[in-house]
Structure formats: structure tokens, C-alpha cells
Design a protein around this ligand. Structure first.
Ligand code: GDP
Ligand code: MG
Length: 175
């Protein structure tokens, strides 16, 4: 990441995934510790920032969320270029959303190679009774593409901190 005068390194993280899987909810839970039961159409800024410390090193994460463009296939390389990390989100009750994650992984690896750290979030883990995406399969897939996988619940605040902090750890190790 880019170094600032105060020794804080900046890292860009993009959220990708189908509409309604909980991307905005994950960002708002991590940055502001909030949750809303309704779909949040946009956040005011195109990205939110959060300062974190990993192994005593200070990082500023700029976390970019989409404002619904994912539905119109309108997200191009401009959105994710210069990213150090990506969080690919699916809904554990929606197999199709996991397929979309795989499309994004292919695209990111093709465009950015190994330079980008990838986290895959199986969100809505509070709805595990309705799970249709097999956890072991998802974890194996993540390993196969050099990513890591975590189940998360933005609603119950499970796995969210670990998701972003593990990604931060990886991004730091890559630089
Ligand atoms: P986005 O379109 O991917 O940004 O999804 P949103 O963050 O707007 O969330 C879409 C819907 O899923 C909203 O109704 C959220 O309240 C709901 N949602 C988000 N995260 C969770 C979760 O962890 N569990 C459950 N049960 N619902 C969630
Ligand atoms: Mg959203």
C-alpha cells in the first residue's frame, strides 16, 4: 500500500457479488457496527475508510461498495483496478450467487493476476437452515483459487471482523 507521512499505509478493498447478498451490510457492520433489515440502496460515499492495526502496523482500508451497478453488469475494470484486496460475497442460501462469485474470481485473476488478495464471504450464515451452498465445497474452491473462505453474518455480527482483518493481514504480507 501507499505510505503516508504518518506511517499509515493505504489499501483499497472492493466488494463484489450479486445484488442483495449483503455487501453493503458487511461494510456497514465492519465500519460502523450497524445493521439494517432493509436493502440499503447506496451508501453516501463511493467508499468508506477504516483504520486498523495488524502486527503493530497501521493500515487505512478504503472499502469500495457498489451502488447497485452489479445488477446491470455495469462494473468494469475502473472499479477494481488498483485494488489490493477484494471481498467476493455470496448468500449461502442462493447457489446462483455462488456461481457469480466464481465469475468474479475468474475476471479478477485474468485482469490482476496474483497481485490481488481474495476473500470469499458466505454471508447470511444466520440462515444456515436454508443453506444450499455446501460449506466444504466453498472452502475447497477458495483454496483452489488462492483465496480464503469465511461464513459471515452481517446481521448477527459473526465472522465480519475476522473477514476484513484476515484480508488486511494477507494484504500486508503481500506488500
Ligand atoms: P447488497 O445488495 O449486496 O449490498 O445487499 P444489502 O447489504 O443491501 O442486503 C440485502 C438484504 O439482505 C437486506 O435486506 C439485508 O438486511 C439482508 N442481509 C444482509 N446481510 C444479512 C445477513 O447476514 N443475514 C440476513 N439474514 N440478512 C442479511
Ligand atoms: Mg449494496
Amino acid at each position: 500500500g501507499q505510505s503516508s507521512s504518518r506511517g499509515v499505509q493505504n489499501f483499497k478493498v472492493v466488494l463484489l457479488g450479486e445484488g442483495c447478498v449483503g455487501k453493503t451490510s458487511l461494510v456497514l457492520r465492519f465500519v460502523e457496527d450497524k445493521f439494517n433489515d432493509r436493502h440499503i440502496s447506496t451508501i453516501q460515499a463511493s467508499f468508506l475508510t477504516k483504520k486498523v492495526s495488524v502486527h503493530g502496523r497501521r493500515m487505512q482500508l478504503s472499502i469500495w461498495d457498489t451502488a447497485g451497478q452489479e445488477r446491470f453488469h455495469a462494473l468494469g475494470p475502473i472499479y477494481y483496478r488498483d485494488s489490493h484486496g477484494a471481498v467476493l460475497v455470496y448468500d449461502i442460501t442462493d447457489v446462483d450467487s455462488f456461481q457469480k462469485v466464481q465469475n468474479w474470481v475468474r475476471e479478477l485473476r485474468r485482469m490482476l493476476g496474483e497481485s490481488i488478495c481474495l476473500a470469499i464471504a458466505g454471508n447470511k450464515s444466520d440462515l444456515s437452515d436454508e443453506r444450499t451452498v455446501d460449506l466444504v465445497e466453498a472452502e475447497q474452491y477458495a483454496l483452489d483459487v488462492g483465496a480464503f473462505h469465511l461464513d459471515t453474518s452481517a446481521k448477527h455480527n459473526e465472522g465480519v471482523e475476522e473477514l476484513f482483518m484476515s484480508l488486511a493481514d494477507r494484504m500486508l504480507a503481500t506488500r
